[in-house]
Design a protein around this ligand. Structure first.
Ligand code: 2BA
Length: 152
């Protein structure tokens, strides 16, 4: 029979639950908005990290930021897609997590953000921590808890 308690769940760290960097869609500093729009459209994600060639995390770029920047007063300025770089419009004021941060800290942050970037001490991108990862883990624990109750 399984024995589970809240300590087991809350003992997990961000490292245990994050999506590793090699599975995360991203764009690089120097890419233009057209490329970012292509990656966002093809992956289906609304926002993704912006990294440099050393994998250092610089910010986030999303569909809304791109659209907001190409809307002129009188027309949509499509030429900006080619001429503007992601670093000109990305959001750099983003919450960040470290690999050894607690699940509780991650939970606090995903209340207001769909995902949080995870970095190491050198600001190198390690992956993302998503609402989905938490919900999956919670579902697993509730399922085990239910089984435990039934087997008593
Ligand atoms: P969104 O793109 O707005 O996606 C919201 C939710 O929709 C996702 O929640 C996921 O449940 C679902 N979803 C969207 N696109 C999907 C896809 N291509 N495949 C499977 N499910 C998809 P979360 O999984 O909690 O993700 C939260 C946010 O984290 C996403 O927001 C996206 O901005 C980012 N994200 C998640 N996985 C990513 C990845 N592999 N690469 C880059 N960004 C990712």
């Amino acid at each position: 029979m399984f024995s589970i308690d809240a300590n087991e769940l809350m003992g997990l760290t961000i490292r245990d639950l994050m999506i590793p960097g090699d599975k995360v869609a991203h764009v690089q500093i120097g890419n233009n908005l057209e490329h970012a729009l292509l990656v966002l459209t093809k992956t289906g994600y609304t926002a993704i990290p912006v990294l440099d060639p050393t994998f250092k995390l610089h910010g986030l770029i999303g569909m809304n930021l791109i659209m907001d920047n190409i809307f002129g007063l009188e027309r949509i300025e499509f030429e900006k897609l080619e001429n503007m770089k992601v670093e000109e419009v990305m959001n750099t004021e983003i919450p960040r997590l470290f690999l050894n941060d607690s699940l509780e800290k991650g939970l606090d942050l995903v209340v207001n953000n769909p995902f949080i970037c995870v970095q190491n001490e050198e600001k190198i991108f390690e992956g993302i921590f998503t609402r989905r990862a938490i919900l999956k883990q919670l579902k697993k624990h509730i399922h085990l808890l239910n089984n435990n109750q039934h087997n008593k």
